[in-house]
Design a protein around this ligand. Structure first.
Ligand code: NAD
Length: 276
């Protein structure tokens, strides 16, 4: 049986994932700002290092999988800067800090929760995505505060998905047997989308979100996908962004991907160089 770390384990998708993995017989170390095993504020570098140290101690230095669910929603009345800090840096910094423990597991899996807002919400601030991918947290927080939480949300999640695709294929990760993948959920029924704290006017807009399936997703449906991506049946998944959204992305972006590839000769040569 495996030892898995779940951030955001106190609520919603994280809590459902904890229930699923524990019922499958695994050990789960929960991380959240309150009400779980490792209490840490993932919006700050200090909180992330404290979380990594506590996880190291609780796991004995071997972690088979990390699931980054901790996140702030765009309607939760937080600043765009704090949202970017938690949603992007709270995930990638913890993954980086836990890399030695993941490597020791020999075949670990990291799953981050991106969002279908990455492909269905117009007006993503590209400079915020770039600041995240440059790992420039002060600049990302500055831009997030400037643009506010609503556009900062899909920007933080797009950066997360692109970070996964960029890093997953590198020798530092897949070369060490660590698979990185992302899930892009659509609208899921959790406190993030149905809490009484949400701005009532903005929350009304959620009712107009197109979901061909005809209903919001349930946290346990995302937990099932997380369990699959952590486990031995998904060993071919490396750098995938898996949409689980009841059809929203397919409806709005039908033929935008898979996208055809038109590389330059240099790009072709670089990618297809024979290994010697
Ligand atoms: P949720 O609000 O139920 O859970 C989020 C958890 O993150 C909470 O337990 C919260 O305490 C924790 N968290 C927030 N700030 C933190 C911090 N500074 N430090 C540590 N923990 C912190 O929401 P959810 O719907 O379960 O969301 C889980 C993930 O899924 C999030 O990353 C969210 O963006 C993503 N997501 C959710 C939906 C949806 O419709 N619910 C859709 C797409 C993506």
């Amino acid at each position: 049986m495996a030892t898995y770390v779940i951030t955001g384990a106190a609520s919603g998708i994280g809590a459902a994932s904890r229930r699923r993995l524990e019922s499958d017989g695994h050990t789960v170390i929960g991380v959240d700002i309150a009400h779980t095993d490792v209490v840490a504020d993932l919006s700050t570098p200090g909180g992330r290092s404290a979380a990594a140290a506590a996880i190291d101690e609780a796991s004995g230095g071997v972690v088979h999988g990390l699931v980054c669910c901790a996140g702030l929603g765009s309607l939760s009345r937080v600043s765009g800067g704090t949202l970017a800090a938690v949603n992007f840096f709270g995930a990638v910094d913890l993954a980086i800090a836990l890399k030695p423990a993941l490597e020791r597991a020999r075949g670990a899996s990291v799953v981050v929760i991106s969002s279908s807002s990455t492909t269905t919400q117009p007006g993503i601030p590209k400079n915020l995505v770039a600041a995240c991918l440059d790992h420039d947290e002060p600049e990302a927080v500055r831009i997030g505060d400037e643009v506010t939480a609503i556009p900062a949300y899909p920007a933080s999640k797009l950066a997360l998905a692109w970070w996964i695709r960029r890093e997953a294929v590198r020798p530092e990760w897949i070369g060490k047997g660590i698979r990185l993948n992302a899930i892009a959920p659509g609208m899921i029924d959790t406190p993030m989308t149905n809490s009484a704290d949400l701005d009532p006017e903005l929350a009304k807009a959620l009712d107009f979100y197109p979901i061909p399936l005809g209903r919001r997703g349930r946290p346990d449906e995302i937990a099932a996908l997380i369990a699959f991506l952590l486990g031995p049946d998904s060993t071919l998944f490396c750098g995938s962004v898996v949409f689980a959204d009841g059809g929203t992305d397919a409806q709005l972006r039908q033929q935008d991907w898979p996208a055809e590839w038109t590389p330059t000769t240099e790009e072709l040569t670089r990618h297809f160089q024979a290994k010697t």
